[in-house]
Design a protein around this ligand. Sequence first.
Ligand SMILES: [Zn+2]
Length: 77
Amino acid sequence: MKISCEQAAEICNKSQYREASLMEIIKLKYHIFICKTCKLFTTKNTKLTKLCNESKLQILSEEEKAKMKAELEKSNN
Ligand SMILES: [Zn+2]
């Protein structure tokens, strides 16, 4: 489950081209969760997080996306 910072960056690059698998995205998310360096980097540079979120959204079904959108709208009110 543990990956290096280099691997995390690599998966993120792959996700940009929609080549990253769901397992890789999970590993990446886990890495960002446990790695202070990458966490700091993603906080400073939201591009990485944005990319990963976008690639995750592509994996979700239309129904799941709609559900997520509804949840977001609910939290905004
Ligand atoms: Zn890292």
